[in-house]
Design a protein around this ligand. Structure first.
Ligand code: SF4
Length: 979
């Protein structure tokens, strides 16, 4: 018998079959209880339980796993009664590998990207058939957050109620009372017209936000900010501009051409498993790989090798938020020892050397004088993705044509070498160390917890190993309060040694992996436009300051910034800087991918603001969700419109290939696709005097996908498959000549004159410096953030512990930091309710701490502990492991918030309207609010929402800020308010 025969489904063993059949019976029983169909509908997957015959009538149908890990693994789904109303997904197999018959020859080839599906993808049927799927439209009949108050209603009743709510808030705009609709409802999400289920540009409160209809209502409010990469985006804007493809990271195909790979704050083995195959190949080729992170990761464990020639270990453990201090120390060593690539810097970089009033360094040597570039004029196109729309000088500080040909200087003292030199002098004085370099390295070592020799060896290897692929991932240092400057430092570090454009080098950001995808959809992967009529701009606000926006009308920007941004970028005149405020009467959310109470910083503030009442109504009067599950966020909605899953409609998505998800089953229970919900809602609104034309013109979703495919383009040397073929293969991918993939930055360097003010890689950003007051004649700016690469002390971090400034408003000394690593079993918050993988990976031990910290607190493995700070408190089981640094507690990312019965005294620097006590600490007023202990373990219960670290500028594409790793906290076995 051949291997192939052995592997056919008919040869399934009795043991594995019984396991499989048992699981299906359980599922069938669950659906019999909760679904619209009874046991008969779902119980007939196995034809005869006694004969052990596998059902050969299953149809294999191609699809994908589009939840946002970064990959889009293709899957083959086996569907019973495919194409009928009774269709049911029975099983699935990963379809990312090469065909089995070719496996001996090609299984190790990287010519075709071979995605390796992970547990999340394999669990997707469990999610779709999860017993807690939302099955019917629901309205809340009790208080928000009380899930016992939800009552089933018909679609007609639910949509009528939602249309009434929208009409009410819309009337304030229609009558001229407000120049905007006081409603949060962003652009359509992936189930509407981008057909990309995950990876939306707008996250936080607006991930996949809102109904597609909102753009036809009038200017509505769009909270922006992408927690996964917003610091990378802001750093890119400052250094290289918004390059096509966001940042220009080198291809994963070029890992193997590298001489040294650094995975810094990146854990692709968990976060982006689609990249691990390429790292494995690099490892097999002998490329040294070192991982730097706050927590021992799977990448460190299975992919890293260390670099013996430079005495570097597999894994360098750094304290949260201190990564950029190490990068600064490396830059200092490299510069002071002359290891930098001066030619590359002088040809391609701006802001490294002074351009104005160059003084002497600490050794008395004059800085080399570098001529200031003329203003190239191209900045008129900056930040416009198409490079065609001209910004006016209200929109961009340097867009005034009169400024053309003027010189742009690095203001005195603001160049990178002046920063390094001053740092050396300051640290020598501060630490009493005579040698400046030793002082800088000592500072970085004390702060980060990394040995001095390791930092020196790292700098040595970085400068001398050859092509260095510095990958700065979506985890770690990027997702912190000083993450923007962390990424900026990485970009500058790479530029100092010219690694930016080397074949095996990297810009210093995340790697790219789309070279094997030959398909482009002009304008993005789009459904044909379903709506007709006038569309309006959105008013971009900081998603992370949403609560403050509701309370104060602004999101942390000052009056002038807020007024000007809204007027000139969003084209809505709020009157004057004094009066510029936004009101929020309604939130219309369509989340699917995540849930905002979990995603936004300071979860307790969000819960407060949605449950707070003013008289007989809530402060935010109406809250409507399109959802699939009773997430912590959905639980606080007034109306829930149940949406179908990605298995219940067709769509395209893209990654290493372009993938097509066939519709596998009909929308289950009484659910509908977002598009179909919007079409019905549009009819209701039209009947109420808000005419919105929105519909499919009688076409099916598949027919619309076919229309979209007809617009797709492939290169001339590739035959474009028919839509019918795409449905069968499920993916369109091209073979790669793996030795001849250019580093994208080789090409993107040519874009710099269009994307930066200086046409160079910027260590100093004129855009950030001159943003609010352009004055080239005096070379003065009014910057919103530090406009150069440097170490920025975070609002909360180990600096505060070292300086003994770690006592909070509650009077408690917070001696620990927490870090929020991606989990194997979740894509952000998705899958936390899917018990089959949740229980396997991180339940009930949701937190992990170091044995030493546990011992000091009398904590044993498996104990339930309180983890808390001024903003909140969680109570979870804790595991004890030396993989966590002393002083750090790990809270895996994406755990769902669950309101416990115990309460906790939280303190904020804003009165939400229902504080119970106030006090002043160092001139700042603080307000006590009673919150609930979170017994889920949501990391954002403990994250702050202070303004810090980002430019909060809609001209950067979003206004967000990022706070997730490194905040201070404390751990106790006893309730902190009762200690
Ligand atoms: S989560 Fe990522 S790696 Fe895992 S199956 Fe989905 S797309 Fe693939």
């Amino acid at each position: 018998m051949s291997l192939k025969d052995k592997l056919t489904e008919k040869q399934i063993t009795r043991r594995s079959f019984m396991k499989w059949a048992g699981a299906l019976s359980t599922t069938a029983a669950l659906f019999g209880c909760g679904g619209s169909g009874g046991p008969d509908e779902y119980g007939s997957v196995v034809t005869n339980q006694d004969s052990f015959e596998f059902d050969n009538e299953l149809t294999a149908v191609m699809g994908t796993h589009p939840h946002n890990c970064g990959g889009r693994c293709p899957f083959k789904f086996y569907v019973k009664d495919f194409g009928t109303p009774k269709a049911k997904i029975v099983k699935l197999t990963s379809a990312g590998d090469i065909p089995r018959e070719d496996s001996l020859d090609k299984d190790e080839s990287i010519e075709f990207v071979q995605t390796r599906a992970c547990v999340r993808g394999y669990a997707q049927i469990k999610r779709t058939y999860s017993p807690d799927r939302l099955k019917y439209p629901l309205v809340q009949t009790k208080e928000r957050g009380d899930v016992t108050g939800f009552k089933r209603v018909t679609w007609d009743e639910a949509l009528e109620r939602v249309a009434d709510m929208i009409s009410e808030v819309h009337s304030r705009y229609a009558t001229g009372e407000l120049p905007y609709v006081p409603m949060v409802a962003g652009p359509p999400n992936g189930l509407h017209n981008t057909m990309m289920f995950a990876g939306m540009p707008f996250m936080g409160f607006a991930e996949g936000a809102g109904s597609a209809l909102s753009q036809y209502l009038g200017p509505t409010i769009l909270p922006t900010g992408a927690p996964s990469f917003e610091n990378m985006l802001f750093a890119s804007v400052g250094s290289v501009g918004l390059l096509p493809g966001l940042a220009g990271g080198n291809s994963v195909y070029n890992y193997k051409h590298s001489d040294f790979i650094i995975q810094w704050g990146a854990d692709p083995a968990v976060k982006e498993p689609n990249k691990t195959f390429f790292l494995t190949k690099a490892k097999e080729a002998g490329v040294p790989i070192v991982t730097i992170d706050a927590q021992y990761t799977d990448t460190a464990s299975i992919l890293s090798t260390g670099f013996p020639e430079y005495d570097l270990p597999q894994f360098i453990q750094v304290r949260p938020q201190t990564d950029s201090a190490i990068a600064v120390a490396m830059a200092y060593i490299i510069y002071k020892n002359g290891w930098h690539n001066d030619d590359f810097i002088k040809t391609n970089c701006f802001g490294f050397y002074p351009t104005q009033d160059a003084g002497n360094d600490s050794a008395g040597n004059p800085f080399p004088f570098v001529e200031a570039p003329k203003h190239p004029g191209y900045v008129m196109h900056k930040l416009d993705f198409s490079f065609t729309k001209q910004l006016n000088n209200n929109q961009h500080p340097l867009a005034d044509a009169n400024l053309y040909n003027q010189e742009i200087h690095v203001p005195t003292g603001m160049s990178f070498v002046e920063y390094l030199d001053k740092l050396g002098v300051d640290k020598a004085v501060e630490l009493g160390i005579p040698d400046n370099q030793d002082a800088v390295v000592t500072w970085a070592s004390q702060l980060s917890g990394v040995e001095k020799t390791t930092i020196i060896n790292l700098a040595d290897a970085f400068a001398h190993a050859g092509d260095v692929f510095l990958e700065n991932g979506n985890n770690g240092g990027q997702k912190t309060n000083n993450g923007m400057h962390n990424v900026w430092m990485m970009i500058c570090l790479a530029a100092m040694c010219g690694h930016t454009i080397k074949k095996g080098g990297n810009l210093g950001v995340n790697s790219s992996d789309g070279e094997s995808n030959p398909v482009t959809f002009p304008g993005g992967i789009m459904y044909p436009q379903l709506g007709k009529g006038t569309t309006y701009p959105f008013i971009a606000v900081d998603a992370n300051k949403f609560v403050d926006l509701v309370i104060t009308g602004r999101d942390g920007r000052n009056k002038e910034q807020f007024y000007k941004d809204v007027k000139y970028v969003s084209e809505v005149d709020l009157g004057s800087p004094e009066t510029a405020k936004l009101e929020v009467d309604m939130v219309l959310g369509s989340y699917h991918i995540t849930n905002s109470f979990n995603t936004c910083p300071n979860t307790n503030k969000a819960v407060n603001i949605f449950t707070q009442k003013e008289g007989s109504h809530y402060k935010i009067k109406h809250y409507v969700m399109y959802e699939q599950f009773m997430t912590p966020t959905a639980a606080y909605a007034d109306v829930i419109l149940p949406a179908c899953s990605h298995h219940e409609k067709p769509f395209f998505t893209s990654g290493e290939a372009t993938y097509f998800q066939n519709k596998l089953v009909e929308p289950m229970y009484d659910t509908r696709s977002d598009v179909d919900i919007d079409i019905e809602l549009a009819k209701k609104l039209s009947a109420k005097g808000i005419p919105i034309s929105y519909g499919k013109d009688g076409k099916t979703d598949e027919e619309l996908c076919k229309e979209a495919w007809e617009t797709a383009e492939v290169p001339a040397d590739i035959e474009k498959p028919t839509f019918e073929k795409v449905k069968i293969t499920g993916k369109i991918q091209k073979e790669i000549d793996t030795d001849n993939i250019p580093n994208p930055m080789e090409v993107l360097m040519n874009y710099l004159p269009y994307t930066t003010e200086t046409g160079k890689i910027q260590f100093f950003s004129p855009f950030y410096y001159y943003r609010d007051k352009c004055d080239l004649s005096t070379q003065e700016g009014a910057y919103r953030i530090e406009p150069r690469a440097m170490y920025v002390e975070p609002y909360q971090g180990y600096d505060k512990i070292m300086k003994k400034e770690n006592t909070g408003v509650k009077g408690i000394e917070y001696t620990m930091q927490f870090t929020t690593k991606h989990a194997r079993n979740r894509a952000h918050t998705v899958y936390d309710n899917v018990s089959v993988i949740r229980d396997k990976f991180d339940y009930p031990k949701r937190a992990i701490m170091n044995p030493s910290d546990a011992y000091k607190r009398g904590i044993k493995d498996g104990d339930e502990v309180y983890i808390f700070n001024d903003w909140g408190c969680i109570k979870v089981g804790v595991g004890i492991s030396p993989t966590i640094n002393e002083g750090v507690v790990s809270l895996p990312h994406g755990v769902w918030y669950r309101k416990g019965s115990e309460t906790y005294e939280a303190w904020y620097d804003i009165d939400l309207g229902n504080s119970v006590e106030t006090k002043t600490v160092e001139t700042v007023d603080y307000y006590k609010h009673i919150v609930h202990v979170d017994i889920g373990g949501c990391e954002n219960t403990l994250t702050h929402d202070k303004d810090f670290g980002s430019p909060k500028d809609p001209l950067c594409g979003q206004v967000g800020d990022n706070h997730f790793n490194g905040n201070l906290c404390e751990v106790s076995k006893v309730h902190p308010d009762r200690r």
